[in-house]
Write a new protein. Structure first.
Length: 243
């Protein structure tokens, strides 16, 4: 059975990713911000899913504690095949306008978390020369249709992933970002033309997927990600093509 450690499972999008991994038959360890969130998520799972999902509270942002948490999870699951570094999809522009100092501290913490957690996961995977790391993101382009946009985190994460991927190449551990397109968000629900209008800036406007459908894009890297590293893979609609 394949195994995965998923960070920031308190995010709704990341919870959908955890459910998708469980549906695919993976054994998952999911970390949450609080014990209440972890207990609520686990209690909402089916009995079969509960048997394959272990929840915990994310440790303090210190390397030793993070390494201990991931090592304990890998030992419990008898392996670590995937590390998925989730994050909340938030609108950085509104955060910057409301409290610039808090925004700077939050951005620093987010990127520090990415650095420390992937380093800890990399240490485990490098020893066995197997595994894969995935950093999911939401496309910044969607800001123009009312979706949250995190350009500071996204660009910082992509730059780091490209650098870290080179370090992990000798150990055969790929590291990639996965950028998702638009989905049917709660604040965009509606009927008819009013619902479609937010997508008018895109030339092609196919049916808008539910979040549960969108996160199935993880399957691209679960199934085929071993042969690429340091890449930003895009999945979904509303993302400009790059030739």
């Amino acid at each position: 059975m394949k195994t995965a450690y998923v960070h920031h499972a308190e995010s709704v999008a990341v919870q959908m990713m955890v459910l998708y991994l469980l549906q695919r038959g993976l054994q998952v360890t999911a970390s949450f911000a609080t014990s209440e969130q972890a207990e609520q998520f686990h209690s909402d799972l089916s009995v079969h899913e509960q048997n394959n999902c272990r929840t915990l509270v994310a440790p303090n942002l210190e390397m030793k504690e993070i390494e201990f948490a991931l090592s304990a999870a890998a030992e419990h699951m008898q392996g670590l095949d995937f590390y998925i570094h989730g994050s909340s999809w938030v609108d950085e522009q509104s955060e910057l306008q409301s409290d610039p100092a808090a925004f700077a501290l939050t951005s620093h913490r987010q990127l520090s978390e990415l650095f420390l957690y992937t380093r800890a996961a990399g240490n485990i995977m490098a020893r066995k020369q197997s595994g894969q790391m995935i950093v999911p993101m939401l496309a910044d382009m969607l800001h123009y249709s009312g979706f949250p946009s995190s350009p500071v985190y996204n660009q910082g994460a992509m730059a780091y992933v490209k650098s870290f991927a080179k370090e992990m190449t000798p150990f055969r551990v790929p590291v990639n970002t996965l950028t998702f397109g638009y989905y049917r968000a709660e604040n965009h629900r509606g009927t008819g033309r009013s619902r479609r209008k937010i997508y008018d800036l895109f030339t092609l406007k196919p049916s808008v997927p539910e979040l549960e459908e969108l996160v199935q894009g993880l399957g691209l890297l679960l199934d085929y990600g071993q042969g690429m590293s340091g890449q930003n893979i895009t999945w979904g609609y509303g993302i400009p093509s790059v030739l």
